[in-house]
Design a protein around this ligand. Sequence first.
Ligand SMILES: [Zn+2]
Length: 537
Amino acid sequence: MSRQLVVFAALLAFPVLARPPRLTVFISVDAFGTDVLQKHRARLKGGLARLITEGAFVPAVRYEAAECVTASGHATLVTGANPWRHGATSNKVFNRATQKLEPIFADANHPVLDAPLGNDDVSPENLLAETLSDRLRASTWQRGKSIAISGKGRASVAMAGRLGEAFWFHETVGRFVTGTFYKKAAPAWVQAFNDKKTPDAFQTKSWDLLGPSKDYLGDDERPFEADVYGLTTVFPHPLSGGLPSPGPQSYSALASSPMMNDVLFDFAKAAIEGEQLGKDDVPDLLSISLSPFDRAYHLFGPSSWEVQDMVVRVDKSIGDFLSVLERNVGRGNVLVVLTADHGGAAIPEEWAALGLPGKRVPPGGLQASVNEALKAKTQVEKVIVAIEETDVYLDWKALSDKKVDLVSARRQVAELLRSNPDVAIAVSRDDLEGPDTQGLVRSLRVGFHPDRSGDVLMVLKPFRVLEAEPKGTSHGTPYSYDAEVPLMLWGKGVKAGLYPIAARAIDVAPTVAALLELGSPASCEGRPLSDVLALTK
Ligand SMILES: [Zn+2]
């Protein structure tokens, strides 16, 4: 065969590889709900503004499962499946052997690399569905690379899946780490980045407002803002962690500030360089989850000056990163996808002050009242052993010791919870197929996994926030403030425009898969949002 024919045959053998974007950057802004974005639209001038005006903007993509939290949100985005299929039902799951709530991606067989042994989210062993990352790697004979980066192990692990590589910032050591599932030793570019000790340099700095204070709505000092890691509740927030030199407290202070987003983007740039992402026609995937947004949201609430500043700084950081992509990879070779793993409630006391039925509901109170009510009847001291968002776990061993029928105990607990004025529905796992009079049971069904979910599943009424802390706020319900997130697509194959369509979070993965000319991940139950695609045959 002549040399030209060989080249021609080789081209025929891999005809699709030159077509998808060389680099897809999948950004998840942790806790960036539709509501928060829309409130700040007018202030955006940087990367978020560019993604919206130059790309396809779907303002509200909805999670269908009730428990809207980081692990389940990220897993849903990248698998196109709900938790009943991907198994990441919650951030934490009750382990019957240890009788403790444990991180969903904890894996004793694959500990964290280069950090003290802990009970961290470290491997995708418990992720039951294929991810976009896996699909890309498998479809390219593993020539396409997939790197995931986050401030949280559970976000990074979900986005990397089994075949990519996950890195995350470890607040105990102040370095980017991975798990031994992925690597036996950190790659040279990761070591080089860590050796620069970028996070340490922030210990003597503070987080101040980006713009003049007149640009910020409401007050800086508000009741119910949490004060942790020495940050205080007003600007400027010191990042010292109250320490004389860098340590876990200062790393946690940094991880709660927008300065950490820039550290994550710096690490992403090191990944592009170190792994040569986007340098050839084989598509690569770079996934970045901006965890600091969620931390500031929890501590200060979505209306705070801190979250307002987080939004304008994320806008700026993403703008800077788009410029890096345009310079290093080229606009025509890039696809950027930006979305979020969940939204979040306001500080409940602020909702109450507005006249909405906002209320802080500590899970310990619900647990104690049910346990008290069942104590005499069952002879079991604590029938409920743990509550994690929608999941209520019962003490199987104690119930069995006292010869109490488990199914009957579940139904009694559900009934007692339902009688609580803050609870919308509570249903025993045995009755999940029963009537759905409020239209909420379906959200529990698609979030249910028999080995992981609670004995009783519960949703509070709107504006009630399940939160153990006396300050700050949280998320984890099927209501719009927790369940609706924006989706922005920008770059190769995207049809620019505004799409106020009824999109679901499970539709994100098949949409991205279509842009990458991949089949959908194995357990995908969503469908491509074909309106936003400008693909040619
Ligand atoms: Zn959160």
